[in-house]
Design a protein around this ligand. Structure first.
Ligand SMILES: *Cc1c(COP(=O)(O)O)cnc(C)c1O
Length: 714
């Protein structure tokens, strides 16, 4: 009989795969081992375990009575990894031998692996987790950023400052990717200025493997060792070099590891060079001509576009393209102009720069936007690529984004779901029937669970605010005040997102007197919790951070408007699990989807949002609140003012009265009805399992079967 594994061995295995990160009970085990260290270490179990060698761990497990919990978690993990009857086995069999390859510039999986900046990364992370849960054969490809995205803090003047910390792979669930002979993989990409090399790391995400390219190796020139240091850092030249590593290097890495993808999913245009590398291989290995190789490659590629904001689409000048794609171009047998033409709407137009989104369209069989409204906007935006088609016939569909339920659903709320939903509901959470029983949950129980999570958010916020005030060396009185900021009995509105201009984070500040009245109301006050990072190069975004910071220091608003630093997955989890209302007021129609509001739904919070992105198709009149009616205006100032007025109106006339209307047991019955309705009508739809199932059925299967496509661009 095989020797029993020790507790230490079992926990070590659990930390080597990110599966633990979407099992609240396993996180709880790590926390119980040493709560203080756990929070100090930003929830990194690899380091925690390094601090607890076997004997010390056994002792600690004994003291805390953890043995049974560890054994149970370990058995569940083994069963998860071995199970063969998931959805994918029945519906994605065609990918069995040749998996889907999912390319993305960032992956947000957990706060302890900070290689993401925001929504796109978290979406990619959720995609991998759902693919794993569903048993869809898929591998991820991305970049390993040694310094990750920046840490944010706000100085005495309210100005955002950035700092970077170097990641150490020994402290992360990251190991070298190996070739079939067991040797670490290193790949190279030639440019006119010399070769760039990268090693490849492997991260296990449940049953899915994620491969990350890292240019910080000795073979590279010093300049290139920095290439993948930071996410979205550097200039256009850094950007195109990162993108050749991701796209071209990514395809080569899979080849070297011995994985033959059955299809490619380019999540955003950053990875579109992957298609060119696949074409090159068809030309050199199968002796196809360029046109034929392009057609066959496009037949196995699908593309997701993520934003209508022009700055979100990479564009490169001709000389940068030639410097970095020149050697590949030679192998493709293309002229300089022919290559540039692949990145242009009008191939012959010398004034058009080379656009990665255009390249991605031209190298795919199928393209999709990320919400229904974004589909409409994208078809209009890219109509010139298909001048022979009418707008409705532009071949860009949509698959609306969703969030990974086990990642974003609070442990306490999950216990409630377990009681009212059918057994094993989480294995079928993308199906509407599974959620119907949520109506039967008792109002008191739902409200208490929500209040518990809200209290936890407020405790967490206070601790953070005190630490922020101490770091800024504020006076003892000010620090004391921070300890008492926020109140669990007050209607709490959360707002956290990147401080990109179109998100209009300061829209609520347009009429400060009205805001002060709302916040300071004797009987029905409200309070706001803000968080978010501005891009390091975006001074306008930083100015908005500063205005909100200043407001939070103003006597009229102190303790009722707070700004939490360093928005990341951990802070996001606390916020979406604890707020009463999630506010979102982008300038329609610029929010392609948005996903943070979907995380709030699962935990019983209500959305109050402009009818943009996912909310435009989610709101039904009684599952949250709408700001305005979805009208837009050519004059931005008019649109902003009108939306600001609508925001104040909905808060005053709908949100506040509904929240404070209580029955004899102090329960807001009508509000709770909305919470239930939101969970039941939205939980299954805006869910990453549903999203991945749609991708598989509507795009992956066709792409891996090489069925003909209808883009008519090739
Ligand atoms: C979910 C999430 C986002 C996405 O937010 P949206 O503004 O709704 O797109 C960004 N950052 C983090 C840390 C998240 O968890």
């Amino acid at each position: 009989m095989a020797k029993q594994k020790t507790l230490h061995e079992k926990l070590t295995e659990l930390t080597s795969n990110l599966w633990w990160s979407w099992q609240p009970e396993v996180g709880e085990i790590f926390r119980s081992i040493d709560p203080l260290r756990w929070s100090k270490l930003a929830h990194n179990p690899v380091i925690l375990l390094q601090e607890f060698p076997p004997e010390k761990l056994e002792r600690r497990a004994m003291e805390m009575g953890l043995n049974t919990r560890i054994n149970w978690a370990y058995r569940r993990w083994v069963r998860y990894m071995e199970s063969t009857d998931a959805w994918g086995a029945r519906h994605a069999g065609v990918l069995g031998q040749r998996p889907a390859a999912y390319f993305s510039a960032e992956f947000g999986l957990h706060e302890s692996l900070p290689i993401y900046s925001g929504g796109l990364g978290v979406l990619s992370g959720d995609h991998l987790k759902s693919a794993s849960d569903l048993g869809v054969p898929l591998v991820g490809v991305g970049l390993f950023y040694d310094e990750g995205y920046f840490n944010q803090y706000i100085d005495d003047n309210g100005w955002q400052q950035e700092s970077y910390t170097e990641l150490n792979v020994d402290d992360l669930p990251v190991r070298p990717a190996l070739d079939p002979e067991g040797k670490p993989v290193v790949i190279s990409v030639a440019t006119r200025g010399g070769d760039i090399h990268a090693r490849v790391w492997r991260v296990d995400v449940g049953r899915v493997k994620l491969f990350l390219l890292d240019a910080d190796i000795e073979q590279n020139k010093d300049e290139d060792r920095q290439l993948t240091a930071r996410l979205y850092g550097g200039d256009q030249r850094t950007r195109i070099r990162q993108e050749i590593m991701l796209g071209i290097g990514g395809v080569r890495a899979l080849e070297a590891i011995g994985i033959q993808p059955g299809m490619f999913h380019m999540n955003e245009g950053h990875s579109a060079f992957a298609g060119l590398e696949v074409i090159r291989r068809r030309i050199t290995e199968d002796e196809l001509g360029f046109d034929e190789a392009l057609r066959e490659t496009a037949a196995m590629c699908v593309f997701t576009t993520h934003t209508p904001v022009p700055a979100g689409h990479d564009r490169f000048d001709a000389d940068l393209v030639e410097e970095h794609l020149g050697p590949l171009r030679d192998e493709l047998g293309l002229s300089h102009d022919a290559l540039l033409g692949l990145g242009r709407v009008e191939p012959q137009n010398m004034h058009e720069s080379f656009c990665m989104t255009v390249l991605a369209f031209k190298l795919s069989r199928q393209a999709n936007a990320v919400s229904s409204l974004h589909g409409v906007v994208s078809r209009r935006m890219w109509a010139n690529l298909w001048p022979w088609r009418s707008e409705e016939e532009i071949p860009i569909g949509h698959i609306t984004n969703g969030v990974h339920v086990p990642t974003w659903l609070a442990g306490q709320m999950r216990l409630l779901y377990d009681r009212v939903l059918p057994d094993h509901w989480y294995l079928n959470s993308g199906q509407p029937e599974v959620w119907a029983d949520f109506e039967s949950v008792s109002p008191g129980e739902l409200w208490e669970t929500h209040q518990l999570l809200k209290t936890r958010l407020i405790d967490y916020s206070r601790r953070k605010l005190v630490a922020q005030a101490e770091r800024r060396k504020e006076s003892p009185e000010q620090i004391e005040k921070m300890r008492a900021s926020l109140d669990p009995q007050i209607l709490t509105i959360g707002f956290a997102r990147r401080f990109a201009p179109y998100k209009r984070s300061d829209l609520f500040m347009r009429d400060l007197d009205l805001l002060a009245d709302l916040i300071g109301d004797e009987e029905r006050p409200i309070q706001f919790i803000f968080a978010g990072k501005a891009h390091p190069a975006d001074d306008n975004g930083k100015a908005i951070v500063q205005r909100i910071h200043q407001l939070s220091q103003d006597e009229r608003f102190r303790g009722r408007v707070v700004l939490l630093e360093n928005y990341d997955i951990n802070l996001g989890r606390h916020l979406v699990q604890g707020v009463d209302v999630w506010l979102n007021n982008p300038r329609r129609p610029l929010e392609a989807s948005g996903t943070s509001g979907q995380k709030v739904v699962l935990n019983g919070g209500l959305n109050c949002s402009i009818l943009d992105g996912w909310w435009a198709e989610a709101y039904d009149g009684s599952n949250g609140f709408a700001i305005g009616t979805g009208r837009t205006h050519v004059n931005q100032e008019i649109q902003d003012q009108r939306d600001a007025d609508s925001l104040m109106k909905v808060l005053t006339e709908e949100v506040v009265p509904l929240y404070y209307r209580r029955d004899v047991d102090d329960l807001p019955q009508e509000w709770i009805k909305r919470m239930k309705r939101a969970v039941r009508t939205l939980g299954w739809r805006f869910n990453a399992d549903r999203m991945v199932m749609d991708y598989v059925l509507e795009t992956y299967i066709g792409a891996s079967g090489g069925l003909s496509c209808d883009m008519d661009l090739h």
